[in-house]
Design a protein around this ligand. Structure first.
Ligand code: DC
Length: 229
C-alpha cells in the first residue's frame, strides 16, 4: 500500500534554526524540503542587483507583473537550488544585505501572491516539508503537521553570529542582535501574512535544546501524526 503523502509546515522567526533543522528532518523522512525564504531572498537579490529599492512597492509590483524576476526551484542530490531568471543564485542568497532586502520585499502582497502560488504548486501531489513564516497559516493551511520553531532573541542572535563568522562575514554580536530584532519586528508587524503561529501549530522553543534534541522533538511531533519512519 502507498504511504500517505506527508505535508509538514515549519514556521518561525529568523535564526530559529528552521532551515538546518528542516533540512535534517526532511532527509530523515526522505521527503523534499522547500526553504521558502530562499525565494523571497531571490526577489530581494533582484531588487539589489537592479538598483530597485526593496522598499519601493510600485517598482516591485511592476517587476512581478512583467515577470522580470522569475524564481524557480530545482533539486540537486536532494539539495535545493534557487534560480533567478534561470541562473543559479543559491550561493548569493545568504548574508545580511540580501536578508534585509528579502524581509522588505516580503511585505508586498504582489510579491507574496507570486511566491505563495509557486510554493503551493511545488507542494502538489508530493510529500513535502516547507519552512518559512506563513506556511502553516497561508501556504499550506491543510498541512498534516505544523511546527512553530522559536527561541529567545539572544539565543537566535548568537547562533546567527556564529554562522555568519563561520561563513566569513565580518560582523559583531550587538549588531547581529539589533538586526535580528528589527527583522522580527518587520516580519511580525507587516499587514500581509505576518509571522505568527497557526492556531493548530505545535510551538517548539529550542532555546535550551541542542540541534539533536530539537531534531528529535520535531521527529516526535511528526511521528505522532504520520507514524514512525
Ligand atoms: O527564512 P529567511 O530568513 O531566509 O527569510 C527571508 C525573509 O523572507 C524573511 O525576513 C521574511 C520573508 N519570508 C516570508 O515573508 N515568508 C516566508 N514564507 C519565508 C520568508
Amino acid at each position: 500500500m502507498n504511504k500517505p503523502l506527508m505535508t509538514i509546515a515549519v514556521d518561525g522567526p529568523v535564526s530559529a534554526g528552521k532551515s538546518t533543522l528542516s533540512d535534517a528532518l526532511a532527509r530523515r523522512l526522505n521527503i523534499l524540503h522547500l526553504d521558502s525564504g530562499a525565494m523571497y531572498r531571490a526577489v530581494g537579490l533582484y531588487a539589489l542587483r537592479n538598483g530597485i529599492s526593496p522598499d519601493d512597492e510600485a517598482a516591485l509590483n511592476q517587476v512581478i507583473d512583467k515577470g522580470q524576476a522569475q524564481v524557480t526551484v530545482d533539486y540537486r542530490d536532494g539539495q535545493q537550488i534557487t534560480l533567478l531568471n534561470g541562473r543559479d543564485v543559491t550561493g548569493e542568497l545568504r548574508g545580511e544585505a540580501v536578508g534585509a532586502a528579502a524581509s522588505a520585499v516580503s511585505r508586498f502582497p504582489a510579491v507574496r501572491q507570486y511566491l505563495v502560488s509557486l510554493q503551493q504548486q511545488l507542494a502538489r501531489e508530493r510529500s513535502i516539508l516547507m519552512d518559512g513564516r506563513d506556511i502553516g497559516t497561508v501556504v499550506l493551511p491543510e498541512a498534516g503537521v505544523k511546527i512553530f520553531l522559536t527561541a529567545s532573541p539572544e539565543d537566535r542572535a548568537l547562533r546567527r553570529y556564529t554562522q555568519l563568522i563561520a561563513d566569513g562575514f565580518n560582523v559583531d554580536y550587538p549588531t547581529v542582535l539589533k538586526d535580528l530584532q528589527a527583522r522580527d519586528e518587520q516580519d511580525s508587524k507587516r499587514a500581509a501574512d505576518p509571522l505568527r503561529a497557526a492556531e493548530d501549530a505545535v510551538v517548539l522553543d529550542t532555546s535550551s535544546f541542542s540541534f539533536e534534541q530539537s531534531l528529535q522533538a520535531m521527529l516526535d511531533i511528526v511521528e505522532q501524526v504520520y507514524g514512525s519512519h
